[in-house]
Design a protein around this ligand. Sequence first.
Ligand code: AMP
Length: 462
Amino acid sequence: MDRMERFEDMPLDERTLSSLKKKGFYKPTEVQKEAIIPAIEGNDMVVQARTGSGKTLSFLIPIFERIEGGSGIEAIVLVPVRELAQQVETEARDIGRFHGISTVAVYGGTSIDNQIKKIRKSSIVVGTPGRVIDLMKRGALNLDGIKFFVLDEADRMLDMGFLDDIKWIMSRTPDKKQIMLYSATMPDDIVRLAERYMRRPIRLKLSEDSISAKGISQFYVRVGEMNKLAKLSALLENEPGKYLIFTRTKIGAQRVADNLRKSGYKAFALHGDMTQAARTRTMNEYKEGKIKILIATDVASRGIDVEGITHVINYDAPLFQKDYVHRIGRTGRLGKDGKAITFVTREEIPVLRKIEEYIEKKIPEMRIEKKGRIRERIDYREYADVFGMVTLRFSLKERVSRLEILKKMEKQGIQDEEVGRIDLGNGYAEVEVHYSRAHRASKAGFRDVQIVRRDSFERKSG
Ligand code: AMP
């Protein structure tokens, strides 16, 4: 089949073309080029594509080409989180305008009554599995007449434990329907899900480049846990932009936001412990650019689709490789340039290597020279060996004995047994202490102190 370079070259309804024009979209993205026509032709689809690829329109356009409107719910899109539901709804509303077809988003945390009212006037429902089930059990949502069943970000839905919910909903829909499954990654359980419900689906996998986020420069920064904030602040000063910062936990996100604010940065957190109203407000202000620094957890960030994110920072390295891809996909959307920077502590080096294997690409190190508003401290832990010992090198004017060194240490509250090897050389002494005592040891009253680097960060060959 000929490649369609412009939407106008595709056999699409005039109303669809008008709404695309109104949005300023003329050229289909890769996934749109590949998926729209087969989907309009009625095929089940399994598509590996990440957020940012234009995947949403690649399933919405076929839906609008094939449904009539005015006869109840004809299509359902299941998504993992509310923000994504809102986003898909927005895109559907734009495309549906000229068709006169309404879409409703349903998710928890807001009034169900309003959603019930809207369902009656809509043809497409976009929702999180929990709320969809709730509405179905109340008899407010009936899927007997659906023609399309879309699973968006399926991998994430399974990660969040929605498999049984999806099956429950699926079993209450007609046999004859078209299923479209979208997922950034294709683990076995997704493949099984597809095999169980689909009829000879068309499988699309976007090129590795688009999976590992083309247009995004990726770096890592070595930093001890203690200095992450200082490094982040240095980055914010060095490279002003629109930042999305990932932490592993909700508390972590809140803490980073609070600490940055204390230093005068306008930073806000986005996580699941916030009320829906607060999340929506924060999200909107971030979208509008009133907030330029947002700190989020993986779950809260799902489906964040914000223009102009210049930097994605993995403040905590992601636990799963695929989260890395999800996270950095938030920048450099549709080929615009963006930077993804991962903070890596010494313990996290293996995590970095796994990510590199997964994306089949080496991530170069980045050094941040300029200081930020937050002072860096020496993170002795970063220099410790596997036993937690750090070696300090003191310059000496005159020779001292081991005993004298131990005495000086004792004055700092460091016991003999907390001191390891002591090497006496010409004009210096190297003393091993536990990293938790290193700061005190460095104040033991010698002229000059250096940390002896054991560069375990270097790639070991072989
Ligand atoms: P998605 O991957 O569906 O989350 O889409 C990412 C972003 O790209 C959304 O803001 C879309 O509105 C936008 N987008 C989708 N398709 C196109 C297109 N063909 N041209 C320009 N922007 C698009």
